[in-house]
Design a protein around this ligand. Sequence first.
Ligand code: 6R9
Length: 655
Amino acid sequence: MAETPREQGHETLSNLLQETRRFPPPADLAADANVKEGDIEAAAADRLGFWEEQARRLHWDRPWDNVLNWNPPFAEWFTGGKLNAAVNCLDRHVDAGRGDRVAFHWEGEPGDTRTITYAQLTDMVCQASNALLELGVAKGDRVAVYMPMIPETVVAMLACARIGAVHMVVFGGFSVDALGTRLDDSEAKVVVTADGGYRRGKASALKAAVDDAVRDRPAVEHVLVVRRTGQDVEWTEGRDVWWHDIVDRQSTDHQAEAHDAEHPLYIMYTSGTTAKPKGILHTTGGYLTQVSYTHWAVFDVKPDTDVFWTAADIGWVTGHSYIVYGPLSNGATSVMYEGTPDTPHQGRFWEIVEKYKVTIAYMAPTAIRTFMKWGADIPARFDLSSLRVLGSVGEPINPEAYMWYRTNIGGDRTPVVDTWWQTETGAIMVSPLPGVSSGKPGAAMRPIPGVVVDVVDDEAKSVPNGGGGFIVIREPWPAMLRGIWGDPERYKQTYWSRFEGLYFPGDGAKRDEDGDIWLLGRVDDVMLVSGHNISTTEVESALVSHPKVAEAAVVGATDPVTGQAIVSFVILRGEAGEGGDGLVQELRTHVGDSLGAIAKPRQILVVPELPKTRSGKIMRRLLRDVAEKRTMGDVSTLTDSSVMDVIAAKLPDAK
Ligand code: 6R9
């Protein structure tokens, strides 16, 4: 038997899954693609020159003096340069004669719609900028945005950017506590919210949550409230202001100031597992450069003809970069949808694709697996022939989910780009390029041009092809976080201390025989079974590749014999019924056949739901608590905390 990388001392994560399917780009797409093979080499030959070239996509009021000041781990990009992010997303397109182009086809959950052109959006943002100024918001102040998915959410963000205030969007599904800790940490002066929004056919109570959160927080001077649902709200005179009262009467003229390239643009909190959330800080010039470039390059966007849809919430970084700043800086037309995929029926997403002739759709694997569970006959009822590129983000996409997406949504025709990145990276970092890469189901493939990524072992040595380890970023990139709000020490500790001089995102990865990268999940979730480090991703993908399984989550639980044993939670596909002992045996055998006996789960529990975050990531630490029969940790950022009770009740001897 040949020596495995582990025996050579390189492997820190087992490489079990073998996937051989390949999907070269369609010839017509490749011929007309925004990025071609040669561009990748050119970028590598002059990385900083490449990013300067990309920065020239934007309108700068003053050019930069220095492309990069790198004082590890603190980076400054395009220093000396001045620009306004809102002007780049709005006025510049209007000035170029594209004011009539649709910026957003907005679709409310109850079926109401709004079509907003670039000219209209510019006017709305100017009015909102003037209103924020009237409320006393100044450059550098923080403004919290706790909103449903409505156009005013985008308007509020861009108005902040325009006047140089720092927006801090909190996902509208988060609890009062989560909102409160973020208000404290960011010291926000104003909260923009709505009376409510629609989700699953019901009006949520956003204003009531804000009332609770700001009650003991006098630092919040005003609450600006958009009327969305018309529900009754409590009102605090002097503090609360209706959006329609103050914004609508403002002038549509607002002379935008150019801000420094390094002026803070926004803070977005990422929830740690137990510690207080980290306020990830992004600044203006570098961030906008990389989101603009990646939106254009990774999705092959042609702003004149494409209709782009990121089906994600704006409260997630994916919404910031690929609903707001990427598409608008490129002058593209986007769809924005308020609600859930099953309201009023399970075909809602596909109805939207058909209605607006969406050409590029971007969503999370959790959504794709849910659609798998509902069945392929649902999308089959709609005309999805407008689609030409599909994207995935948020978690590793299981090969089976990729195949389902490509086949049933993409008509076995569209490339699927699996984009790896984080709140901290600001923009896409590793992804196939639709006109260049031969897609592999489950692989994020290569770093995008201008980004230098590696997979290393424990000792920071690059692993050879075929080896597994940790993904790291070797060189600073334009959209990188500039720090953790108010806590530079924590920034160094969290991202720069594991490997000297390298940014460590916390994810496991492997490099296959061709040198392509596969993400293997968070290293905190890795399971140590009989001395082997096994990634959750590979076992979950093996389970999902069984025709009866729609979703799977696996965790390591203490085991007297193997150290840790694999405990798995599975959701069955619609047609698979209830499960039973026979199915559990069948699944164990299936995993053993796919990955080897070492990866066979000790336990398999059939559950109706899994605990998820706002971006659809499975919260494995809660499942670990259940599997080890511990008291459950913090559930405040779960989308639905009752699922944990249902799951705990499934565990045979759980209390
Ligand atoms: C954009 C976003 C970041 C974490 C990241 C990783 C996971 C995101 C992924 C992926 C594998 C992908 N992740 N995209 N893992 N393949 N294509 O999700 O940001 O919410 O900050 O999460 O999500 O674990 O480290 P964020």
